[in-house]
Design a protein around this ligand. Structure first.
Ligand code: IPE
Ligand code: IPE
Ligand code: MG
Length: 234
């Protein structure tokens, strides 16, 4: 039995999903936000400990200003509509990403949700927003260097020590990474944390990624032979 403590999802394909229905890309993002609730609830019912969702990358600022500004309003939509339910299910909202780079209103909505839910004991729903793995690793290195210079840390960092400088500090490594919409790339997501993750690329766009598709992915994950570089005893 492969344990899946940490599931990470690259929620991709909102724009194409909407286009295919003759709707603007933003309609796909709205449907995608509602699906965060559906998959969040399903994952918590399946006993996942950490669900990390890639909501906005450090590269997504390259998009049209109107699309970016729409995406920045979605956290308010999500939490206005579903925070009560997240709370009743005991979920803990956590955040990774460069929050200082977000519009102040967006940042505040996210911080409020994290603060309100911080004493819950259920699934950690981790929102990666203005997140980029290169950015995360560089920040970690720079903070460590500053700590060494100031005498707060010793030279010679080990893996566990380095992880304490990452935004995912105290989270287990990713067990399963799913990307929706058929694209087969990582797009700067959790590069350190997926070192031994199983990868699954599914054709469904994010708004069509139902709890049934999630179950299918977890069943596939169960068939994987995770070796971590070792060799099974004969
Ligand atoms: C994922 O859907 C949402 C974000 C990246 C913010 P996309 O907006 O990337 O949709 P496609 O890939 O263009 O269809
Ligand atoms: C990755 O999707 C980022 C998120 C899902 C938030 P993109 O749609 O931005 O990735 P690329 O540009 O296709 O690699
Ligand atoms: Mg995309």
């Amino acid at each position: 039995m492969n344990e899946c403590r940490h599931l990470a999802i690259i929620m991709d394909g909102n724009g194409r999903w909407a286009k295919a229905k003759g709707m603007p890309r933003t309609a796909g993002h709205l449907a995608g936000a509602d699906n965060v609730r559906n998959i969040g609830v399903a994952a918590s019912e399946l006993g996942i400990e950490y669900l990390t969702l890639y909501a906005f990358s450090t590269e997504n600022w390259k998009r049209a200003a109107e699309e970016v500004s729409y995406l920045m309003k979605l956290p308010r939509y999500l939490f206005d509509k579903y925070m009560k339910e997240f709370m009743s299910r005991g979920m803990v909202i956590k955040l990774i990403g460069e929050l200082d780079g977000l519009p102040e209103a967006t940042r505040q909505v996210l911080l409020d949700a994290a603060e309100e839910s911080k004493d819950n004991t259920g699934m950690k729903l981790v929102i990666a927003i203005n997140y980029g793995s290169h950015d995360e690793i560089l920040h970690a290195v720079n903070r460590y260097a500053a700590d060494v210079q100031a005498g707060r840390a010793r030279p010679g960092l080990d893996e566990a020590g380095f992880e304490q400088y990452l935004m995912t500090k105290d989270m287990p490594p990713v067990d399963l990474l799913i990307r929706t919409s058929g694209e087969q790339r990582i797009s700067n997501f959790l590069l350190w944390q997926i070192a031994y993750a199983e990868l699954e690329f599914v054709p469904e766009a994010w708004p069509d990624f139902t709890p049934e598709v999630l179950q299918r992915c977890l069943a596939e994950y169960q068939k994987r032979d995770r070796r971590f570089g070792g060799v099974k005893a004969e």
